[in-house]
Design a binder for this molecule. Sequence first.
Ligand SMILES: CC(C)CCC[C@@H](C)[C@H]1CC[C@H]2[C@@H]3CC=C4C[C@@H](O)CC[C@]4(C)[C@H]3CC[C@]12C
Length: 541
Amino acid sequence: MHAEGLGEEVIKDCEQIVHSEFSQYYTQMKQRCEEYLSFLGSLPQQLEVLNEQDTTHSIRPECSCSGHGKCCESSNTESSDDAGIQELDESSDEDDYNFCDTRQSFSDSAASPDLRMKHSNSSNDVQQYDHNFVESRSGKGENECLLLPPKRRTKLPEPVEKEKGVSLWSMIKDNVGKDLTRVCLPVYFNEPISSLQKCFEDLEYSHLLDRAYDYGLKGNSVMRTLCVAAFAVSGYASSDGRPCKPFNPLLGETYEADFPENGIRFFSEKVSHHPMVMACHCEGRGWKFWGESNVKSKFWGQTIQLDPVGVLTLEFDDGEIFKWSKVTTTINNLIIGRLYCHHHGTMKISGNRQHSCKLTFKQQSFLERNPRQVQGVVEDIGGTKVATLRGKWDESLYCNVTNDGVNSSAESTLLWEKHEPPTNPTRYNLSSFAITLNELTPNLKEKLPPTDSRLRPDQRHLENGEYDKANSEKLRLETRQRMARKMQDNGWKPRWFDRDTEDGAFHYTGGYWEAREQRKWDGCRDIFGELPDKKTSPVPA
Ligand SMILES: CC(C)CCC[C@@H](C)[C@H]1CC[C@H]2[C@@H]3CC=C4C[C@@H](O)CC[C@]4(C)[C@H]3CC[C@]12C
């Protein structure tokens, strides 16, 4: 307005008008939300009354979700749509009940005409939910404001160019025996996901941790441990049939994932290039999860073996902690045949209280008729077996709780089932969850630091199917990446993580989301921009 030549008085008046309009609007919204939440809060009682009136007593509570024709009864099929419904079925806690209902109803624009969200009716699947604030009763803080969950995309953009076929063998034949993560390949072998985003894929089934937290609170430590084990296995499901390489992030590259609809906030940063380490930190309802992704790889020509290094930690708000490490992954058929990976080895999930779990990912033999199996036992502190677990990392997991060491006669209970594949398949075989991870809406773009994976140009070009542009940008960024070792030697430090002097692990130092609030990205360089001119400016430390 100053630039337009408007006087100070007029600008002040305008500010006042906007301010008073906005505060009126805010008060109205707050009032409506309160009415809505109190209505939702009364739902459990109303349901109870209805149940009492019902003469046919079913074992599990049934509820019909209005207008959808869906059934909330816990079943063996857990599609991405009803994951939360199953959760609701299993937790009788009143607070949770409210939260699930709130989520369900808020995501259903037909549920309340008053709270209808803004839809951008474009052909694009993206819908904007700008500035819809709701006071959350079930969030972390009493008066914490949550942004209504955005409607996420269900497909990738249509590719602009036709893809080209390039033989992988022609690219890697000179690198047998070397670390394949260091071999520069054209983008045709990449998926439009960075390794930081890939770390977040491990949290697709984070509802298992919410469930684990609830079980623990109710004193069911065995079920808590089983849910944690199911979570640890579920992270592997998305690796099935994914033949492409994720983008290797630049040093200092970050990725944030704010998923209020799942009750989680995730953040990760590439903290070292040599060795390549990504640190991550995630906060959910009643738990925190952190760790680092670092693999030692061996390239054997037709196969690559990846041995993960480092520990993953899960801490519940009540003080119970579980720690585990990932198992070995082998990528097969690099040269001839269909590329696939399998996971094998033992995973010990050690708890600091009553129970721990030992999982075995079966080694796959040539003649294996039932591949991808996982088996496990939960033991108490004295080494007594209290539960067993079995299933497949790419399908589902079932558990059996034993009484006094004797197998209970009850049937196995379904702990976890993989979501249905997306209705719009991608050539990278991404899951519905993975499809959403690189989405960049104008609203989000404004809030991101210049280091976020979503802003990486070669990855964006690949997602758009602009292969030539993607390749040239990839080459440019790889030149930049070569400075990384020098930077690390010159004392480069991660912006958001710090290495623990005791255990050598990276810990989140905090402050990312606070900095985001204020868009204060001090110390976050434009890592995807042009290289500084070497003659005029020295290599940054
Ligand atoms: C040469 C190119 C085309 C081969 C493609 C290799 C793909 C399949 C490889 C490259 C990097 C690999 C990932 C690297 C690290 C991990 C962490 C580990 O704990 C689980 C497996 C997982 C997630 C790997 C899955 C397979 C993977 C994605």
